[in-house]
Design a protein around this ligand. Structure first.
Ligand SMILES: C[S@@+](CC[C@H](N)C(=O)[O-])C[C@H]1O[C@@H](n2cnc3c(N)ncnc32)[C@H](O)[C@@H]1O
Length: 259
């Protein structure tokens, strides 16, 4: 079994993920970071209306995640509802909103154009979760609260007093709103023909926040391998699975440009 994992690590496998997941060793994955077909187009290869596929995925994810491992999945509201209703063992924890730089899904009529999607966080066991908030938060101006608001006019002398807070390095905690460029705003050499390609920069941030260095990330719906590229850039390992050979070819081109 261990040998099988060795064959999969840092590889991009072209196959149905339901065939490959059973080959992954128990409790070896730190983070599942994925972007499944969203259940709004008829071209889905995983049938998200079909309980069998859902339950197989849930069972495999539970088996291969480390006890403190997390699953982060991009989702439409349709996929979110299906996962929420059907997954009973992997536990939903919280959602984040991904705001795109431009609208997408222009096919909609008589309603606003979509500019957001969801990132859902599921866990197995909440103890000892890896979360490096410094990678997802922002650095702005340092501040000293209490001084300027007149709450505590002698705050410098008595920084232990209630209402006084000194922010020395300007760090702001991450919020549940994340930004992602739409594809036509990606760097030219990072664009491929994949219709739902994700921005590598956002994936890098997520990986550094949720997976320790040298850890193992799984993307079972890899598209053009943006998670794999982000793992290479951040010194994490990956297992990437994609059913469609044409996206593997695009991954090879992206990887070559990485040098
Ligand atoms: C939303 S896209 C992922 C795009 C990816 N995040 C990227 O940045 O390129 C979902 C991908 O899942 C693939 N897929 C669908 N069913 C699959 C299956 N059963 N096994 C593996 N891949 C599958 C599709 O071909 C598609 O490329």
């Amino acid at each position: 079994m261990e040998q099988l994992n060795q064959k999969l690590i840092n590889n991009f496998i072209v196959d149905d993920c339901l065939n490959i997941l059973p080959q992954i060793e128990d409790e070896t994955i730190d983070l599942i970071l994925t972007d499944p077909p969203y259940n709004i187009l008829n071209t889905n290869l995983i049938d998200f209306e079909n309980n069998k596929d859902f339950i197989s995925l849930e069972n495999e994810f539970l088996r291969i995640l480390k006890p403190n491992g997390l699953l982060l999945t991009f989702a439409s509201w349709q996929l979110w509802f299906s996962l929420f209703n059907k997954w009973k063992k992997l536990k939903f924890w919280y959602e984040m909103i991904i705001v795109r730089s431009n609208g997408f899904s222009m096919m909609y009529k008589k309603r606003p154009v979509n500019r957001h999607e969801y990132l859902l966080v599921f866990y197995k066991n909440k103890s000892d979760i890896f979360f490096n908030e410094r990678e997802m938060g922002e650095y702005k101006k340092p501040y000293e609260r209490g001084l300027h608001q007149g709450v505590n006019s002698n705050a410098h002398a008595s920084s232990h007093k209630k209402g006084y807070h000194k922010n020395e390095d300007g760090f702001r905690k991450p919020t549940s709103i994340l930004k992602m460029k739409t594809k036509n705003h990606f760097k030219q050499d990072e664009r491929t023909k994949h219709p739902t390609q994700k921005e590598i920069l956002l994936l890098e941030k997520l990986i550094k926040t949720y997976c320790p260095e040298n850890g193992l990330v799984l993307d079972p719906f890899a598209g053009v391998g943006t998670v794999a590229i982000a793992c290479n850039r951040t010194n994490r390992n990956h297992i990437s699975i994609e059913i469609d050979q044409q996206w593997f070819q695009e991954y090879i081109k992206l990887k070559e440009k990485e040098g």
